[in-house]
Design a protein. Structure first.
Length: 281
């Protein structure tokens, strides 16, 4: 569990809403998922599934965290409403943003995310909306349309019987998180949104398919293929470097060794001992 660093004490009520109800007289709506928080009366907190969060790696800050971040940690530091306003407090490092979905609040959160330009945001794939045109299509580095409709979790950690009810998208800001989405860290369809990430995607073509620009292997695919080609029960990082050194993805990325180490950790190869990994995962 990530260490907890908060500026103010977090409230412990698991169904506390971060955003005030914009229309208290409106009848409650049943919703399969909104965000960490829901502004509709009668609804609960919705927590992002761990199988979405964990492959994405560590985050420095969640500016609108779950009411009890100790139960559902998403970053090293959490801002928790109502005692902490993540829109007013300073943002730093790599951000995980699962914003509150209110009529006016989403634009504010996504605008701040675009300005910060480092991290990932999870929201509904309502691609025609003003939020997308103002803060994603012209500002983000890549977008991943997640496969399927996952089941989120209630404030106490139990999984919802209903799925989220609509398509979801992960939006990256900054080059490193764009590479993460384009490398297939989660199942779905990833699209680069600016020139830098488009060039990164194009540079991934392998020698076997150099005349077929539609084939772009992910780092995950490259690593798994290399491990399988070794035909060993275990491998070292040096073994892997030797297999991948001449691959176009390695030649096009000056930090390819760091990328290999990162991918090995995300794929889930088990460590047998220092710098020795099991080939099965």
């Amino acid at each position: 569990m990530a260490s907890q660093k908060t500026f103010l004490a977090a409230p412990k009520t698991p169904n506390l809403s971060a955003s005030p109800d914009l229309n208290p007289k409106k009848s409650p709506r049943k919703r399969g998922m909104s965000s960490h928080h829901s502004s509709a009366p009668g609804t609960t907190t919705w927590l992002t599934p761990r199988d979405i969060l964990e492959p994405l790696g560590k985050f420095d800050l969640d500016p609108c965290s779950a009411p009890d971040p100790n139960l559902w940690p998403t970053a090293e530091t959490h801002y928790t409403a109502p005692k902490q306003d993540g829109l007013l407090l300073p943002w730093f490092g790599r951000i995980w943003l699962n914003p509150p979905y209110t009529n006016s609040g989403l634009m504010k959160w996504m605008s701040k995310m675009a300005h910060h330009n480092h991290g990932l945001a999870l929201l509904f794939a309502r691609v025609e909306t003003e939020v997308y045109f103002k803060t994603i299509w012209s500002e983000a580095s890549a977008i991943l349309f997640l496969k399927g409709r996952p089941h989120f979790h209630h404030g106490d950690g139990t999984v919802s019987k209903e799925n989220c009810g609509a398509p979801l998208a992960l939006v990256s800001y900054g080059e490193s998180d764009a590479e993460l989405l384009l490398d297939g860290v989660l199942p779905g369809a990833a699209i680069p949104l600016n020139r830098v990430t488009m060039l990164y995607a194009i540079s991934g073509s392998s020698n076997d398919t150099e005349n077929d620009q539609s084939f772009i292997p992910t780092w995950r695919e490259v690593i798994i293929d290399a491990v399988q080609s070794m035909k060993k029960k275990s491998f070292s990082m040096a073994d892997l470097y030797g297999f991948v050194a001449d691959h176009p993805k390695a030649k096009s990325n000056p930090n390819w060794k760091a990328k290999i180490r990162q991918t090995v950790a995300r794929v889930g190869f088990k460590k047998e001992q220092f710098d020795l990994y099991q080939a099965a995962f």
